[in-house]
Design a protein around this ligand. Structure first.
Ligand code: GDP
Ligand code: IMO
Ligand code: MG
Length: 429
């Protein structure tokens, strides 16, 4: 049993890309299991930046096979451009390094248009989506009218399905004042790209992943977004349209829960959120701006400013529960250097009552006031430290405080975006 799930424990952008790239040096397979090109996972290797939206973050290791599982909504233009850019940079030389499941839902151009049109029509009530068509694509999957990756290779089926889908979509387009979409043109566009993607087609990725685990290969499951953006357990309706929590790794890749050895919660040493929705520990002040500047907190997909605030242990305790997080990778702790008093939220006051539990309804969450504990900070630059023993005492105390409060061990601490800026407390496998 050697499956490890890497899951974001906050509102996304915790540093999953960096962790998966580092963990991939010890892994045979990396599987993306949900989400789509709304994700932006950043890898910095030898000072060179690679941003991945769909290709799994193990791709810079030529001996690691990358799988895009059935739970992913696939934007075929984005994935093709990503493949091309990787190849131009000298990666992905062998097409068998990347396998795309026949069961993936294809994001159609009209999904993206509908996403943007709905957000525009919502005005101030908008969710702040990435505009990548994620919601409309998952809707089509649930209502059994999705176009699957396999359909791209059967022209007759594809044409019929697009025609059926557009009958309804064109009515919606009319409602939003958009031009009608033509079946023939849509199919033509898809046809060109599908030819280019055929070498990456893998009919049954569930079989591939299960056989790998069965033969004791080391498999990473790479989550996208974060736990609080989960469709069921997140801050609904300000969430994405897939299940982002660890259980989704099994559903989205087609393996059983018994195959999972541990669940690593990727956790920023403070909190960020991009898009609308409640964020109890948000700091809309100089401190928030400092975190944004030092942590370079701007979206990897949309370039939007990320909202920034203190670490929220109430929300994290909830994330540990709903995911079954067994270990933590604590990211971006270097960003906190130079802050004299560091606050962590340990409880909320909800409608006058103190609680340690994260409220599950949006009304209660919007009425939650954070209660903080203050911990001493440190002034040293952590980014060139290459061993745990070099960390200042107050930084080690901050890490211990988090571990003791959450009752989950911190296995890895990240002190910069690069591969070697990673300090290990415990081995991965
Ligand atoms: P993801 O969506 O979870 O993969 O995270 P993003 O890539 O969207 O955002 C994380 C950002 O932080 C990226 O720009 C990373 O290069 C950067 N990063 C990751 N780990 C660290 C770290 O420990 N310290 C600093 N300063 N930056 C980091
Ligand atoms: P990674 O994988 C942070 C947010 C959007 C919006 C909400 C719904 O890089 O951590 P959607 O386009 O999914 O319908 O938007 O979810 N969101 C993310 N926030 N990181 C992400 O991915 C996100 N993917 C979606 O900002 O609030
Ligand atoms: Mg991101």
């Amino acid at each position: 049993m050697s499956g490890i799930i890497v899951v974001g424990s906050q509102w996304g952008d915790e540093g999953k890309g960096k962790v998966v790239d580092v963990f991939s040096a010890q892994s045979d397979l990396v599987v993306r299991y949900q989400g789509g090109a709304n994700a932006g996972h950043t890898l910095i290797v030898d000072g060179k930046k690679t941003v991945l939206h769909l290709v799994p973050s193990g791709v810079l290791h030529p001996n690691t096979t990358c799988v895009i599982g059935p739970g992913v909504v696939l934007d075929i233009e984005t994935v093709y451009n990503e493949i091309k850019a990787l190849q131009e940079a000298g990666h992905l030389k062998d097409s068998s390094q990347l396998m795309i499941s026949d069961l993936c839902t294809v994001i159609m151009p009209y999904h993206r248009q509908l996403d943007v049109a709905r957000e525009k029509a919502a005005g101030l009530d908008k969710i702040g989506t990435t505009g990548k068509g994620i919601g409309p694509a998952y809707e089509d999957r649930a209502s059994r009218r999705a176009i699957l990756f396999a359909d791209l290779f059967h022209k007759g089926t594809l044409e019929k399905k697009v025609e059926k889908s557009l009958k309804e979509k064109n009515l919606l387009f009319e409602m939003y004042g958009l031009e009608k979409v033509d079946v023939g043109e849509t199919v033509q566009q898809l046809h060109k790209l599908s030819e280019l993607l055929e070498p990456y087609r893998c009919k049954d990725t569930s079989l591939l992943v299960s056989e790998a685990i069965g033969s004791d290969k080391k498999v990473l499951f790479e989550g996208a977004q974060g736990s609080l953006l989960d469709l069921l357990h997140g801050t609904y309706p300000f969430v994405t349209s897939s299940s982002t929590i660890a259980g989704s790794a099994c559903i989205g890749s087609g393996v059983g829960p018994g195959q999972i050895q541990k669940v690593v919660g990727i956790t920023k040493a403070y909190t960020t959120r991009v898009g609308a929705g409640p964020f109890p520990t948000e700091q809309s002040n100089d401190l928030g701006q400092k975190l944004r500047d030092v942590g370079k907190e701007y979206g990897a997909t949309t370039g939007r400013e990320r909202r920034c605030g203190w670490l929220d242990l109430v929300a994290l305790k909830y994330a540990i529960r709903v995911n079954g997080i067994t270990n933590i990778a604590l990211m971006k702790i270097d960003v906190l250097s130079g802050i004299e008093d560091i606050k962590v939220c340990t409880h909320y006051e909800v409608n006058g009552n103190k609680t340690e539990h994260f409220p599950i309804t949006i009304d209660d969450l919007e009425n939650s006031k954070p209660i903080y504990e203050t911990l001493p900070g440190w002034t040293e630059d952590l980014s060139s430290m290459d061993d745990i023993s070099a960390l200042p005492d107050t930084c080690r105390s901050y890490i211990r405080y988090i571990e003791d409060f959450l009752k989950v061990p911190v296995d890895v601490v990240s002190v910069g975006p690069g591969r070697n800026q990673t300090l290990w407390f415990n081995p991965l496998f």
